[in-house]
Design a protein around this ligand. Structure first.
Ligand code: GLN
Length: 486
């Protein structure tokens, strides 16, 4: 069962080939074996998952099923789920049980999907390798000595290792796309405002966006159909008419204009990744697409601007973890200030502290104008670059990351090296655009390479169509990691 895609499982559940309880039981067993080796999950709760599966089976029997009813889905452990421990990969929230559901979780509950488990992640979604988790690093199913990418590394490893057909993630600077690329799965970061952030623990609110990881574009569309939609509880949720993201998957690509930003193919990009990307572009030409060179002149400013703005917002968002209302509290302290200090010192990890310090600094009097305000202006320039590029093309394509998945520990001592991992992903977040990663080949050490597809605002349906057509003529997305039984 575990080999099947989401769409395939949905068909087989509907045909009563097996029950949701059987499917959930099988995937829970995999979570207890291979899932443990990969350290992919933070929390499993078999009783709750199986109760949801039994309810789904009853619903299917009543003929009230929708496509994802009874399908087990893993959720990144920053989506609040009622009664579930929701840790954000942090010691600070290691024992925190959420008293309510995130919008995304209630959407999945409404259609009768099964919450299979909470996926490991970088602490508060800060990181590009999943090595910043309080619960230990996640391992890449393709090669366990390598990272799965981050911060949604657990979600990506789960999908790649066939522990679940799909998972949710969040993408503030690339955290859906980069782990998808590193593990050979498909991932979509929707347009900012498309998926409600209600109950999705905040890192950098103006950049955070939830989205799906799955094996195919077809499955991403099924997931987005559940996740997307207006929610008045998120003030940045966009009120647009409902869309069926599966409806246009098969539209022909004749005449599609692909923009290749000349800034993407520089010395920063490793040769193996460049080769796989250019081969994918050739496949698109065979499907009827044409290629135009475009320019994103402020591309070199993305990393510096992001690493001012994201920490600034994080420093504000993470002020709530003070040991008073919830989360870790130091056991010994002399007064209130001492309790704040010790609780935060003990509860938060090194990278999170670094971001809080940087963020507080760039927002402080005297530095606000020099750093924060400047970065905001750069952000606008970056969005304008994309606007100009999309006047010449329908989608932009390029790499997701400068290299394939790297060995565990190889970048942990140098934060700037780690930040440069985000070179090709964070401009999308700064501009609020939708971006995808789909598998397009293999590079050094036999590790997967992801092709990035960036679309204009709210063009997810078109992007999914572009990805789906590629997956109909290639089989990169159906390759299985060597140690994973297929
Ligand atoms: N790697 C980036 C960071 O550490 C992006 C993380 C994310 O998208 N959540 O901030």
């Amino acid at each position: 069962m575990h080999q099947d895609t989401l769409a395939g499982l949905a068909r087989r559940l509907a045909a009563r080939e097996f029950s949701s309880v059987e499917l959930t039981r099988a995937l829970l067993d995999r979570a207890q074996s291979l899932g443990k080796t990969l350290n992919a999950y933070i929390t499993l709760d078999e009783e709750r998952s199986l109760a949801q599966a039994a309810a789904a089976d009853a619903r299917i029997a009543r003929g009230e099923a929708s496509p994802l009813t009874g399908i087990p889905i893993a959720h990144k452990d920053l989506f609040c789920a009622d009664g579930w421990r929701t840790t954000c990969g942090s010691k600070m929230l290691a024992n925190w049980i959420s008293p309510y559901d995130a919008h995304v979780i209630s959407r999945f509950n409404d259609i009768g999907a099964v919450l299979l488990g909470k996926a490991n992640m970088d602490e508060f979604a800060m990181g590009s390798s999943n090595e910043n988790s309080h619960f230990g690093p996640v391992r890449n199913p393709w090669e366990v000595s390598r990272v799965p990418g981050g911060s949604s590394g657990g979600s990506a490893a789960i999908v790649a290792a066939r522990l679940a057909p799909a998972a949710t993630g969040t993408d503030t600077g690339g955290s859906i796309r980069q782990p998808a690329a590193f593990t050979g799965v498909s991932g979509l970061r929707p347009t900012y405002g498309r998926v409600s952030r209600y109950g999705m623990v905040a890192f950098a609110s103006s950049l955070d966006q939830g989205g799906p990881l799955a094996r195919t574009a077809e499955d991403l569309a099924l997931m987005l159909n559940v996740m997307a939609g207006f929610d008045p509880r998120d003030s940045t949720s966009v009120d647009r008419p409902a869309e069926d993201f599966s409806a246009r998957l098969n539209a022909p690509l004749e005449g599609l204009r692909i923009g290749l930003p000349k800034e993407y193919f520089s010395a920063a990009l490793s040769q193996d990744v460049a080769t796989a990307i250019l081969a994918a572009i050739e496949a698109y030409k065979k499907l009827g697409a044409t290629v135009v060179e475009v320019s994103l002149p402020n591309q070199h400013l993305c990393v510096p601007a992001y690493y001012v703005l994201a920490p600034a917002e994080a420093s504000s968002n993470l002020a709530r973890y003070d040991g008073v209302r919830y989360g870790h509290r130091a056991s010994e302290y002399s007064d209130l200030l001492d309790m704040y200090k010790k609780s935060r010192a003990e509860g938060l990890g090194a990278e999170v502290k670094r971001r809080i310090l940087v963020g507080t600094y760039v927002l402080s009097h005297g530095y606000y104008d020099a750093y924060y305000l400047q970065a905001q202006k750069v952000r606008r320039l970056i969005a304008n670059d994309f606007k100009a590029a999309f006047a010449q093309c329908d989608v932009i394509m390029g790499p997701v990351a400068p290299s394939v998945a790297f060995p565990l520990g190889s970048k942990t001592t140098d934060p700037v090296q780690m930040y440069l991992e985000d070179l090709y992903t964070i401009s999308v977040n700064l501009a609020g655009l939708p971006g995808m990663s789909i598998p397009c080949g293999f590079g050094a050490a036999g590790m997967p390479v992801g092709l990035q597809i960036i679309g204009p605002w709210f063009e997810e349906a078109r992007m999914l169509n572009v990805a789906h057509r590629f997956q109909q003529v290639t089989d990169w997305h159906s390759k299985v990691p060597p140690g994973v039984d297929a």
